[in-house]
Write a protein that binds this ligand. Structure first.
Ligand SMILES: Nc1ncnc2c1ncn2[C@@H]1O[C@H](COP(=O)(O)OP(=O)(O)OP(=O)(O)O)[C@@H](O)[C@H]1O
Ligand SMILES: [Mg+2]
Length: 354
């Protein structure tokens, strides 16, 4: 459907982001583009619909060379929908008008047909009852679903999404995943830039891992998440990610701690069972550890392998809080595989693994 040949992109300041990228995108592909920040993921998909001009190379869409002056780029863009992270709805228009305006003005549909199509699409994104609402009355997840419906109203053949869930609460990511997965089932071709590894795993048939100015590794979700072959992919996928929290006094903000932990676990693809056991361990440990500005909890997850380590550091006299005779200590011991304790330089350090 799209052939990209030797695509290179150098920004005006001389910065080369993409070098010699060649890849074929097939009809029906649902591709998640992942990789560290700044590796050109957005640049890559913006080049595909020429929101960004390629410096060299060719992009052939359905036989049309996008750089050929005789190609009607507006027409091509209409066939490629684009979804951004910030929804970009027309705020002063109702949901219905957001969905009909393009159809009427660009596709020259009658108002009646446009309204009919808008209703159908709102149905498919679960928002039939919001037809007369205005964007400001909707939640982020709902706005993004309207944005998707609006894009679909132009009958695109491919949809490019740049971090469609990044401006949303974690609780709303599921709504977009569900809608996107339905589109995938219906055979829609999609390229999705995302930092949500669960999202990438759940919706795509191909993953592009971007690094070193191109698609560094291309494979199925299983290839990339379970058996990445190249060193940088391995580093990215299995990289030990960690999050750190200071328990400064007895009135530490336990809701914030819990919330940060849940977000961290979700972002890093920790499965539900392990997320829950981690939460229990952190909660119980936080209850019994002596609080001080030097008391920290560092939780690390080795990516998809679901191996966890929690390091808890607290000052004062030598004392292993897990040796205490209380319920919290017992729960933590039961929930973890190993518990190492050491005391150095006035700091107690507990290392728990499970
Ligand atoms: N208009 C521009 N002019 C100059 N440099 C740019 C421009 N746009 C992006 N860049 C640079 O190009 C590199 C790639 O940017 P890009 O936005 O494509 O990365 P990304 O992979 O999407 O990153 P992120 O995950 O943070 O969104 C970055 O180093 C960025 O600073
Ligand atoms: Mg980006």
């Amino acid at each position: 459907m799209i052939q990209i040949e030797n695509l290179s992109k150098v920004y005006d300041n001389g910065f080369e982001v993409i070098k010699d990228l060649t890849v074929t995108i097939n009809k029906g592909d649902v591709i998640s583009v992942i990789g560290p920040s700044g590796t050109g993921k957005s640049t890559f998909i913006r080049c595909i619909n020429r929101l960004e001009e390629a410096s060299s190379g060719r992009i052939i869409f359905d036989g049309l060379d996008l750089n050929d002056p005789s190609t009607d780029i507006d027409l091509v863009r209409r066939r490629m929908g684009m979804i951004f992270q910030n929804f970009s709805l027309f705020e002063q228009m109702s949901v219905l008008d957001n969905l009909t305006i393009g159809q009427i003005r660009l596709l020259k549909r009658s108002r009646k047909d446009a309204v009919e199509r808008a209703k159908e699409l709102l149905e498919t994104v679960g928002l039939a009852n919001k037809i007369n609402s205005f964007p400001e009355e909707l939640s982020g997840g709902q706005k993004q679903r309207v944005a998707i419906a609006r894009t679909l109203s132009m009958d695109p053949e491919i949809i490019l999404l740049d971090e469609p869930t990044s401006a949303l609460d974690p609780t709303m990511v599921g709504e977009i995943t569900a809608v996107t997965r339905n589109l995938a089932k219906q055979g829609m071709t999609m390229i999705i830039v995302t930092h949500e590894m669960n999202f990438a795993r759940n919706v795509s048939n191909r993953i592009f891992y971007m690094d070193e100015k191109g698609i560094y590794e291309d494979g199925t979700p299983e290839d990339i998440f379970e058996n990445p072959k190249k060193p940088r992919t391995k580093e990215f996928i299995f990289h030990i990610k960690s999050f750190n929290y200071t328990l400064d006094d007895e009135h530490y903000d336990y809701i914030e701690l819990n919330n940060e932990y849940i977000n961290f676990a979700f972002k890093n693809g920790v499965n539900e069972k392990n997320t829950n056991s981690g939460r229990l361990i952190i909660e119980e440990l936080a209850t019994i550890v002596p609080k001080s500005p030097q008391t920290t909890i560092t939780f690390s997850a080795a990516g998809e392998s679901n191996a966890f380590e929690l390091i808890c550091v607290y000052p004062a006299e030598e004392r292993n809080i897990l040796s205490d005779d209380n319920l919290s200590a017992m729960i933590v011991k039961n929930a973890t595989k190993t518990q190492e304790y050491e005391y150095t330089d006035g700091l107690n350090r507990l290392t728990l693994k499970w």
